[in-house]
Write a protein that binds this ligand. Structure first.
Ligand code: RAT
Ligand code: ZN
Length: 419
């Protein structure tokens, strides 16, 4: 790594740090992207970029088309409407709109022409596989962590018929239906040959759920087990969610040495008519997380929370529990204003022992803008922090800057996973 940034050492201090932050390769530890083996599940191209659910939610602020009419349209028509309302009839200043333009610009496309058909032609001419590598290079992403659900009807068959490993992608086991919709999931598990009991889960069910988790962890080669949870999540509690976590997920993670990733704060389907764009945010009671970290010191928890108001409490919890790794500025917090606030607060409370960002990309090219935007902010905060140290006479060397940035960009996370 030293050689990559050797030239940076010749530059003025702030520029040196920016150069390192902008160019250090990193793993993107949570996305919704898929390896090419999953075929149409890997979304890419201008139409997909325009109908990203973050943009659809914004477009409906201006659109007067009925929801169902919009969803019945073919994707290019939906994309055309989003383009019309969010880019042509209003200036595209929101973070998600700006992201489309950053992405196109980085790919060498001329955004000032505002020529949607020309953009479509450019994307149509790309070779998908080379395009993945190109986007990863532009984003400085060396590994894309996927979100893999055995409960997804389109995804499961790919795993069952033998997924062809792709070095650029890392699987992660997502289990929301198991923990959040037990009665329906019990039926599915029974159908797939797991002898789970109906009703309140008992020991036999716990054993079978662990068998299910073990099989899928091995099949996927999963790096961690993951769930997003609503604001009212409580632990311990007398419900199936709490019992399944304690009796199945935590022992499973201990056995396989995997972190359990928790993403608290999402209120699903606040407006169901918006479909994927219809989820909201709520303040979580992080006592549940405190109980998990304190009660299960042999387990590792990686956590990002959705509510801005929970960010400080999360940092304080991480100061108390070294089995808690804070990561990312998730979804509604992934806007420059909050990324800067959260990154500064995390550095001030946790030093360098956290992972500042993940992309959550759903469309391949989004990794370009999400990382470019975040890296700039992380660089700005780091420059400020090192400058404050310099006022005391403490000087960081270029090697120390590289070490610190590598720690933030995957090094600390990988150490946490290995522990
Ligand atoms: O950020 C998103 O795209 C959300 O829709 C969610 O998928 C969220 O990131 C999650 O993983 O639950
Ligand atoms: Zn996500």
């Amino acid at each position: 790594m030293k050689t990559i940034h050797a030239e940076a050492a010749q530059l003025p201090f702030a520029t040196q740090i920016e150069t390192v932050v902008m160019s250090t390769p990193l793993p993107d530890i949570h996305t919704h992207l898929y390896a090419p083996a999953f075929r149409e599940l890997l979304l890419w191209g201008i139409d997909e970029l325009l109908i990203y659910h973050y943009l659809v939610a914004e477009a409906f602020r201006y659109l007067d088309v009925p929801y169902e009419k919009f969803w019945a349209m073919p994707k290019p028509e939906q994309a055309g409407l989003v383009w019309q309302h969010l880019f042509l009839e209003h200036s595209p200043i929101s973070e998600s709109c700006r992201g489309v333009l950053t992405t196109l610009h980085a790919l060498g496309l001329d955004v000032k022409k505002r020529d949607l058909p020309a953009l479509r032609s450019w994307f149509a001419a790309q070779d998908a596989d080379q395009h993945i590598t190109h986007c990863m290079e532009l984003a400085g992403v060396k590994k894309i962590y996927m979100t893999n659900s055995p409960f997804d009807e389109l995804e499961r068959p790919v795993w069952e018929t033998g997924y062809r490993q792709d070095e650029r992608f890392q699987a992660c086991l997502r289990i929301d239906p198991l923990l959040l919709a037990w009665p329906e999931t019990a039926v599915a598990l029974a159908r797939w040959g797991y002898a789970v009991e109906a009703g309140q889960p008992g020991q036999k069910t716990f054993d079978e759920v662990r068998r299910f988790l073990a099989e899928w962890t091995k099949r996927m080669g999963a790096a961690y087990v993951m769930v997003s949870i609503p604001p009212d999540f409580a632990f311990p509690a007398k419900n199936a969610t709490s019992q399944l976590i304690e009796k199945c997920v935590l022992p499973h993670c201990r056995e396989f040495g995997l972190p359990f990733a928790l993403m608290p704060g999402v209120r699903r389907a606040v407006n169901p008519q918006l479909r994927l764009a219809g989820d909201g945010v709520g303040l979580s009671n992080l006592t549940a997380l405190q109980n998990l970290c304190a009660g299960f010191p042999e387990n590792k928890f990686m956590v990002t929370v959705l509510a801005r108001e929970n960010q400080h409490e999360l940092c304080v919890l991480a100061r108390k529990f070294r089995n808690l790794h804070v990561f990312g500025c998730w979804w509604f917090t992934n806007v420059p204003y909050l990324i800067e606030e959260m990154t500064r607060m995390r550095m001030e409370l946790l030093g360098l022992s956290f992972t500042p960002q993940h992309s959550d990309a759903r469309v391949l090219e989004q990794i370009i803008y999400k990382w470019q935007h975040s890296r700039r902010i992380i660089a700005k905060v780091l420059v400020e922090k090192y400058s404050i140290l310099a006022q005391t006479g403490w000087q960081v060397t270029p090697e120390e800057v590289e070490r610190d940035v590598q720690g933030l960009f995957g090094g600390g996370f990988e150490r946490f996973c290995r522990k």
